[in-house]
Ligand binder design. Structure first.
Ligand SMILES: Nc1nc2c(c(=O)[nH]1)N[C@H]1C(S)=C(S)[C@@H](COP(=O)(O)O)O[C@H]1N2
Ligand SMILES: [Mo]
Length: 380
């Protein structure tokens, strides 16, 4: 019986950059970016949605911890965008490999790569658009971004295992196996990688200024500049968007619920011992900014309602609707002496957009949990 040869591939790729060495070198950058992004993303998720056993153990220190982890999350995610595009460009000729499936094992490998690519693209796409607060999809951002992160991690680990021998062979220039590649690749690849590094450096440097103040002057493309906003601080959701007006606050009282409930007027709050802290506001979208806050310790308010030293808190905003109207705070945060019901920001009374008459500021917490326009505190 005569064997017929398979037809030639529809396209031939002669470019030398589409080889395993280039794919490995890009992977050496993309892999760590994805892993850092994953780890810091899990931190962010558990700070915002802790399971019951964790809620009272979430550390309130270091006070700027979330600023660092979320800054890294967004920066590594942004760096992953050009790296992912380049990686796909390097390996795309394999899409046209012939025959498309050589064996059951090969078929599984291709399916796992398809899942990896789909998860990676979906993850950076949803994350990037979230930094612009743009949600052009019918599903909730948080659950999907979180679930796809695990899918991405799983398919990445599988990919690393399957490609292990190849990665080892091409990991360094002196790895066994690398010598088999045509030496003529070297200058091309060096220039290519230089370009990729420059692109990644450029997108990182022109966006990291949203959380690294030293890079502020280079902050050209981040959706929000920490330098702009009333009282030297950006505003995420304005009072107008939350439908909070001076008029709606005319009869404002702080209600503190607990075994010994009470209410306070703003003047009564101002008459209580005031404390000053310097703490950053660190938005999940990536911007952060440190500010000086003055107000009453949350633990003192809870204590007066009969909370005791183990109390946690629930905080309710006067805002009628909105995802961040009700916030829960575990014991370590509620009892931290730096956790304030703040009345003043950078030496001035809070502006309406920053949460007048009173807002929460707490160490090592995501911005979404720094509740503005607080109307009610509950001992839990
Ligand atoms: N009541 C209420 N508090 C809120 C929000 C909100 O939408 N409603 N947004 C949160 C988010 S996402 C952030 S980042 C911070 C921003 O605070 P700022 O607007 O004072 O900078 O407020 C938080 N507090
Ligand atoms: Mo935020």
């Amino acid at each position: 019986m005569r064997l017929t040869l398979p037809p030639d591939p529809p396209v031939t790729f002669t470019a030398r950059l589409h080889d395993a060495r280039t794919a490995t070198v890009i992977g050496r950058l993309l892999g760590p970016a994805v892993l850092v992004c994953f780890a810091t993303g899990v931190v962010s998720h558990y700070l915002q949605h802790p399971p019951e056993w964790l809620a009272d153990r979430l550390p309130s220190h270091p006070s700027g911890g979330y600023r660092v982890t979320q800054g890294l999350h967004v920066a590594s995610g942004i760096a992953a965008v050009p790296l992912l595009l380049v990686k796909l460009w390097v390996v795309y000729p394999r899409l046209f490999a012939w025959p498309p499936v050589r064996s059951p094992r090969h078929a599984l490998e291709r399916i796992s790569v398809a899942v990896l690519v789909a998860a990676a693209v979906l993850e950076v796409f949803t994350g990037l658009l979230n930094t612009f607060q743009w949600y052009p999809w019918p599903f909730g951002f948080v659950p999907v971004h979180y679930a796809v992160a695990w899918l991405l991690l799983g398919s990445l680990l599988l990919h690393l295992a399957v490609q292990g021998p190849r990665i080892r062979a091409h990991f360094t220039r002196t790895s066994p196996g690398t010598l088999a590649l045509p030496a003529a690749d070297a200058p091309d690849r060096r220039q290519f990688l230089l370009g990729v590094t420059a692109a990644v450096g450029a997108v990182t440097l022109t966006t990291a200024g949203q959380s690294v103040s030293a890079l502020g002057p280079l902050d050209l493309f981040a959706p929000r500049s920490p330098a702009h906003g009333p009282q030297g601080l950006p505003v995420n959701r304005t009072a107008a968007a939350a439908r909070v007006t001076r008029a709606s606050l005319a009869d404002w009282r702080l209600t503190v619920a607990g075994p010994r409930p009470y209410t306070l007027t703003l003047d009564e709050l101002r008459a209580l011992p005031q404390h000053e802290v310097t703490l950053p506001l660190a938005c999940v979208e990536g911007w952060s900014k440190s500010a000086r806050w003055t107000g009453v310790r949350v633990r003192d308010l809870l204590d007066r309602a009969g909370g005791g030293s183990q109390a946690r808190a629930r905080v309710v905003s006067i805002e009628a609707t909105g995802a961040y109207r009700v916030m829960e705070m575990g014991r370590l945060s509620a009892q931290d002496p730096q956790t304030l019901l703040a009345l003043r920001l950078n030496g001035e009374e809070l502006s309406l957009d920053h949460g007048f008459p009173a807002r929460i500021i707490a160490p090592n917490r995501p911005g979404v949990l720094q509740t503005k326009w607080v109307g009610r505190l509950e001992v839990v």
